[in-house]
Design a protein around this ligand. Structure first.
Ligand code: SF4
Length: 475
């Protein structure tokens, strides 16, 4: 008997090994999208589907503070979680809390009441939308080179809110609010309400004057052919005002690409499903098509849990009314999506189930108190390698480092890399719009090497000791 059971055990082991040898590092399986049941939250137990689909209901019921979170979640969360949240808001948060119900509902979607706090703590969407004190890096919450406006966008404003960083492209920040606030927001300098840590800068011009100046600059600057219309989030621009601005852009012959930046497509898809918005979008898309302009929506989804049937419906509706493409620009963050599985699960859901093209993943920028989210450049390179070959080539996202004063660079494009101190060096092949008239050795702009810094916690021991001894070091 013993010999027989030994033989069976051996057979099982061999068969498991054979199966394992045939497995891919990532196994694709199609998953149906699911809208988590919001009625699992005590505060939403009586909320109907009609209410849930109503953009106004979603906006009115956003969670903006601990009291409102308690009203929805109640004692599913322990007191220690609320204390951790409070500690973060008081000492480290760079963004204020703003969660549409849609977004909160994608956190811990299947956790039972008994395991809710643990699941909520571990949840990838919670980790970036509702950060707590214990999430942050205890030794280096900020890199010594982290800064507000780490991409220096305001320095490159040609008129208020219009960043001319690339030769042919501009970023138009129409407003400084969003329907949801992300903990890692790269525009934490300007976007959202002030927090105890960050007194936000304010746009000074009236929206109508800012838009006039932007349009005027674009009329005077025919070399700019591509306009990213952003904020904040364009979902917070009153529709008539947004449509008016887009129609004026479409009147400028030299503008050939328009991209609307809106995380709300995922955070508040109900906004993009409102009949007045859909009809308005159709008018804009028709005009763009008639004039041969590529009109696209760029959204910001970081985890597969956020891709729900409502998000897919909002994306498909935009495509149906003539928007040429809906693309995703996610942010790569430790604890959220920085594994091959998390990235590929998200990309397959976007591409296969929601008609959203996985386009970019940005490395999280060097803003204050973001070190626990950031990954090193070498980690990003490994992730890029790991996700190649599974998705269609055109839908395989590039992982991008947005290098201060340079712009977006694919993570394999660096010129040099000091792995001990965690400094990568990058070059640029154009002058920013604001650098064109520079008189101080303009050639130097193109020959200079620009540094980017890895999080100190990812460095080898000698690199970490170096930074402890030389926190003011500048490469
Ligand atoms: S939606 Fe975009 S602009 Fe708004 S808070 Fe999030 S990252 Fe910042």
């Amino acid at each position: 008997m013993t010999a027989l059971s030994d033989l069976r055990a051996l057979e099982t082991t061999v068969s498991a090994a054979v199966q394992e040898a045939g497995r891919q590092p990532y196994e694709y399986a199609r998953h149906e999208l699911v809208e988590p049941d919001w009625r699992r939250y005590p505060g939403w137990a009586g909320v109907t589907e009609a209410q849930w689909r109503d953009a106004q209901w979603q906006r009115v019921n956003c969670v903006k503070n601990e009291r409102q979170l308690r009203k929805v979640v109640g004692d599913l969360l322990t007191e220690s979680f609320y204390a951790d949240l409070r500690a973060d808001q008081e000492t480290l948060a760079t963004m204020s809390m703003l969660l549409p119900p849609q977004m909160l509902n994608t956190m811990a979607p299947t956790a039972s009441a008994g395991e809710f706090t643990d699941a909520f703590y571990a949840d990838p969407v919670r980790r970036y939308m509702l950060p707590v004190r214990s999430d942050r890096d205890p030794a280096w919450p900020s890199h010594p080179h982290s800064t507000r406006d780490s991409l220096h966008e305001a320095e490159m404003w040609v008129v208020e809110g219009l960043t001319h960083r690339y030769p042919t492209k501009v970023l138009a920040e129409l407003l400084s609010t969003c329907p949801q606030y992300c903990g890692h927001c790269t525009r934490m300098d300007l976007v959202g309400n002030s927090t105890p840590q960050v007194d936000k800068h304010k746009l000074a011009l009236k929206p109508v004057d800012r838009q006039d100046q932007m349009i005027d600059y674009l009329r005077r600057t025919p070399g700019v052919r591509d306009v990213v219309v952003s904020g904040g989030d364009v979902a917070n621009v009153p529709w008539k005002q947004l449509e008016g601005f887009l129609m004026r852009l479409l009147d400028i012959d030299t503008v050939r690409d328009i991209r609307l930046a809106t995380k709300a497509l995922a955070g508040l898809p109900q906004h993009w499903l409102q009949p007045s918005v859909v009809e308005g979008m159709e008018r804009v898309a028709r005009t763009a098509a008639r004039r041969g302009v590529n009109l696209a929506i760029h959204t910001h989804v970081n985890h597969v849990q956020s891709v729900t049937p409502l998000v897919a419906e909002a994306a498909r509706t935009a495509l149906e009314v003539g928007v040429r493409d809906v693309r995703n620009q996610g942010v790569l963050m430790r604890g959220v999506n920085a594994t091959p599985e998390a990235l590929l699960d998200l990309c397959f859901a976007l591409q296969g189930e929601a008609n959203i093209l996985p386009y970019y993943f940005y490395m999280c920028d060097m803003i204050p108190n973001a070190e626990h989210w950031r990954v090193a450049v070498w980690e990003a390179q490994e992730l890029q390698h790991a996700i190649m070959g599974y998705l269609p080539g055109y839908a395989t996202p590039r992982i991008i480092c947005d290098v201060p004063y340079v712009g977006k660079r694919w993570v394999h494009q660096l010129a040099d890399y000091d792995r001990v101190r965690g400094v990568s060096y990058w070059t640029k092949n154009y002058r920013a719009g604001t650098e064109r008239g520079a008189t101080d050795d303009p050639a130097a702009i193109l020959s200079r090497r620009y540094p980017y810094y890895d999080p100190i916690a990812t460095l080898p021991a000698d690199g970490q000791s170096f930074w402890r001894a030389n926190p003011a070091y500048s490469a």
